[in-house]
Write a protein that binds this ligand. Structure first.
Ligand code: AMP
Length: 397
């Protein structure tokens, strides 16, 4: 199959959709976190090294309509050039004569950045004629913007149809897809998923899908208290979604029917207010007094989770075990992170996918000790849920 590693880029202009939606300092307009630029560098440098030239297109922020200086990609040209170690030219628009002239004059090894595709409303509408105009910049289309792969926008999806034989994933998307597919389709066992975070409601689709795949499902974070209450426990003032008590009961029943070991925390660290300086104590999770709320899992739970994770061969982690942003409630999340690191060091494959567990693993400086940390956010969640992402389907189709 044609892919970025075996495609012959020599003499070709690659139009790459990157996700350079990076945070900028409000005053200096300098890039404050260049993770996304660094993440796309392997794809860009590979194409340049193999005799191609590169036209970069991305969105930045949410401009209303038309040009706005603070959302111009010109703000990140210099930083991108520093990351890549090659000069980056800038076209003041993403379509139009001047931009076409610049892309057509690119020599092999050169890079051009187009301006924000979202300066045109046609981008988010997935307008076909706008997509065709974008397509004029390249001989081959490369999508390396996993974070926007779940959106059927012009530059992420529709443009691909104008490259029927020359459309590829970049290394970043390829890595994301491979790692989720590995977790969901590998026959290695046991497969353990740890699903935490605030609410059952936002994780329900993933949990339902995972029940068909996993051997162990650990529930943590704020959502655990809805399960505890559904089992008849007293959860005091903890976060509970009363509308989801029935859903929690059904998940517990489904897990039993499917032979999944569903682990619900047995103890918890409770606080008398949502504050790092609150009074705290550790109690059994089903006897939380009124006026107190569970903000982390307790030590017995942390130990049990560690045991389960340590003996797993495939691990998926989505969502923290507690309010890890506050020092006094991060112990459970650290325990899970350490157990994942330990399992990985003895041969397990571990995928950290979804917003806050990614933030947690970065906060604890353990990102390079797990197998894969997703940059995908919402796209990763939708892919895990089994939805077909338009940006991925457009390349595969
Ligand atoms: P999510 O985006 O759904 O993964 O939720 C992550 C958020 O859940 C983090 O900001 C955590 O602080 C929060 N969280 C985790 N455990 C609890 C808890 N026991 N009570 C309230 N919020 C929590």
């Amino acid at each position: 199959m044609q892919n970025i590693s075996n495609y012959d880029f020599s003499g070709k202009k690659a139009l790459i959709r990157v996700d350079f939606n990076v945070p900028l300092d409000k005053e200096t307009m300098e890039v404050t976190d260049d993770t996304r630029i660094r993440a796309a560098a392997p794809t860009i440098l590979h194409i340049l090294k193999n005799g191609g030239s590169v036209v970069l297109m991305s969105h930045l922020g949410r401009p209303k309509e038309g040009f706005e200086k603070k959302f111009s990609l010109e703000n990140i040209v210099e930083h991108t050039s520093n990351v890549l170690g090659v000069p980056v030219k800038f076209a003041g628009d993403c379509i139009g004569e001047e931009a076409y002239k610049m892309s057509s004059e690119l020599a092999p090894g050169e890079v051009l950045m187009l301006d924000n595709v979202r300066f045109y409303q046609e981008e988010t509408f997935g307008d076909e004629s706008f997509s065709e105009q974008l397509a004029k910049h390249g001989d081959v289309y490369v999508n390396d913007a996993f974070g926007t792969a779940h959106r059927a926008h012009a530059s992420t999806t529709v443009v691909a149809k104008f490259f029927p034989h020359d459309k590829l994933f970049g290394f970043l998307i390829e890595g994301e897809i491979k790692s989720v597919d590995k977790v969901l389709n590998s026959t290695d066992k046991p497969l353990t998923a740890i699903v935490g975070g605030a609410k059952v409601s936002s994780k329900i689709t993933i949990i339902e899908r995972l029940l068909d795949k996993v051997d162990n499902l650990i529930v943590g974070g704020g959502m655990a208290y809805t399960f505890v209450k559904a089992k008849g426990g007293e959860v005091g003032n903890s976060l509970v979604e009363n509308d989801y008590l029935g859903v929690a009961k059904k998940i517990m029943q489904d897990a039993e029917d499917k032979g999944v070991n569903l682990y619900i925390p047995v103890d918890t660290v409770i606080a008398d207010k949502f504050d790092n300086d609150a009074n705290i104590q550790q109690v059994k999770i089903d006897v939380i007094p009124d006026g107190w709320m569970g903000l982390d899992v307790g030590s017995e739970t942390a130990e049990a989770c560690t045991e389960i994770i340590r003996s797993s061969k495939l691990i998926l982690w989505n969502g923290p075990m507690g309010v890890f942003e506050m020092e006094n409630f991060q112990t459970g999340t650290i325990a899970v992170a350490n157990a994942i690191v330990e399992a990985t060091s003895t041969g397990a494959f571990s995928l950290i996918g979804g917003g806050d567990s990614v933030a947690a693993i970065n906060k604890f400086n353990l990102a390079d000790k797990v197998s894969y940390v997703s940059t995908g956010g919402g796209a990763m969640l939708e892919y895990l849920e089994g939805k077909e992402l338009p940006g991925i389907a457009a390349i595969r189709g």
